[in-house]
Write a protein that binds this ligand. Structure first.
Ligand SMILES: Nc1nc2c(ncn2[C@@H]2O[C@H](COP(=O)(O)OP(=O)(O)OP(=O)(O)O)[C@@H](O)[C@H]2O)c(=O)[nH]1
Length: 389
């Protein structure tokens, strides 16, 4: 066992790992904190008081409200057939966990940028990501024109926005047709930007459908770009898996099934789907057998953990990390024989995650306190000092 100590904002930050295979991890861990943690926290401090905003835009009936309902409200995809058209901007706070914390604004399809009552400058100024939904089963020429108008307007106001294009409803397309549609939309959207001299704007494209996990995966990637602690989380996961004989690990927001971080090995869709299914199984079984007789208690708490053995010598291992986060790992059967080692390293990993969060909260609290003091220092309009609250 080796204990690592590093001073972070004058707070001793320690992580003890039992090293299964590699013994030089402490150097990597120290480098991680030095290179990532400090700048990441400073960014978090600056942004902590403002919740990043995600806008859902696109033509009428492209599927915006359905996406929001399926991802964040557990609505079944078939029920979205009965959703009514949105006729005003709907805002919603998503504050599931310490890291997933943002606002989603669902826009009506017919929004008009030239309408003087629509203050798009104010809206785009505080936006982290703009998701533009294109219905791939429909003729998308009008959608592309609207995309161009939206992106150019938004970029002028706020060049830091992430532009995320969901080529949606791909469940109705064959595999070849999907690839062809994505290529065509990608080409046309970028050509339009190049014609306007705006080739520096980067658009990210995703093929999505509410009828499979693609919408959760795409949303995970959108949200990850807004989490300032992402590099720290990824590096902690890398250290954890390499010392525990784990093949792949995801840090999940249990409520939305968005994965907020994973290690640096590539993600494949099937692995992600298995993890989502496992979370569903755990929560469903907990809801039946995990609550008290009078129905009180929560289906997900400190004790939550699950092991599922697949028939291909792989083991799925789920453990609670915080009130809203779960770690889901893929382990080979032979590596899972050293479960004690995995559990010990997991314990250290969880502690590290909690400390990352605590430091952030501490700084947020002190900032709030300082701004409160400053507010009270300012004289009142008639010149008398303010009473301390
Ligand atoms: N096949 C398929 N249909 C979808 C998908 N997502 C949404 N839909 C359907 O598309 C229709 C329109 O969905 P909405 O979510 O109401 O669309 P919207 O963009 O919010 O529409 P407005 O509120 O009018 O702007 C509904 O009938 C949904 O069931 C998808 O991934 N695949």
């Amino acid at each position: 066992m080796l204990t690592l100590q590093y001073l972070l904002f004058e707070k001793p930050y320690s992580l003890s790992l039992k090293f299964g295979r590699h013994r030089q991890t402490w150097t990597r861990f120290r480098t991680l904190l030095a290179t990532h943690a400090a700048p990441v926290f400073l960014k978090a401090v600056n942004e902590a008081s403002v919740k990043p905003r995600i806008l859902l835009m696109g033509l009428r009936r492209s599927g915006k409200s359905s996406i929001q309902k399926v991802v964040f409200h557990k609505m079944s995809p078939n029920e979205t057939l009965f959703l009514e058209s949105t006729n005003k901007i709907c805002r919603e706070d998503v504050s599931n966990s310490s890291f997933v914390n943002f606002q989603i604004w669902d826009f009506p399809g017919q929004i008009d940028f030239f309408d003087p009552t629509f203050d798009y400058e104010m809206i785009f100024r505080g936006t982290g990501a703009l998701i533009f939904v294109i219905d791939s089963q429909d003729d998308y020429m009008e959608a592309l024109a609207r995309l161009h108008l939206t992106v150019t307007r938004a970029y002028k106001v706020n060049p830091d926005i992430n532009f995320e294009i969901f080529i949606h409803k791909v469940d109705g397309l064959s595999d070849d047709h999907k690839i062809e549609t994505q290529r065509d939309i990608h080409q046309r959207a970028n050509d339009d930007l190049a014609d306007a001299g705006l080739e520096k704007i980067h658009l990210s494209f995703y093929l999505t459908s509410i009828y499979d996990h693609s919408i959760f995966e795409a949303f995970s990637k959108v949200v990850q770009k807004l989490i300032p602690q992402l590099p720290t989380l990824e590096n902690l996961l890398n250290i954890f898996i390499s010392n525990s004989g784990i093949e792949k690990a995801f840090l999940f927001d249990v409520v939305s099934k968005i994965y907020i971080a994973t290690d640096s090995t590539p993600v494949d869709m099937q692995t992600y789907e298995l993890c989502c299914d496992m979370i569903d199984v755990v929560i469903d079984i907990s809801c039946i057998y995990g609550l008290k007789d009078d129905g009180t208690g929560t289906p997900y708490d400190k004790e939550s953990m699950a092991i599922i053995k697949l028939n291909n010598t792989t083991v799925l291992y789920l453990k609670e990390v915080t009130k809203f986060l779960a770690l889901v790992c893929f382990v080979r059967e032979e590596s899972f024989e050293r479960k004690g080692l995995i559990d010990y390293n997991f314990h250290c990993f969880r502690k590290a995650i909690q400390e990352v969060f605590e430091v952030r909260m501490k700084v947020v609290r002190s900032r709030k306190h300082q701004s409160h003091l400053q507010k009270n220092k300012r004289p009142t309009p008639n010149g008398t000092p303010r009473m301390p609250l």
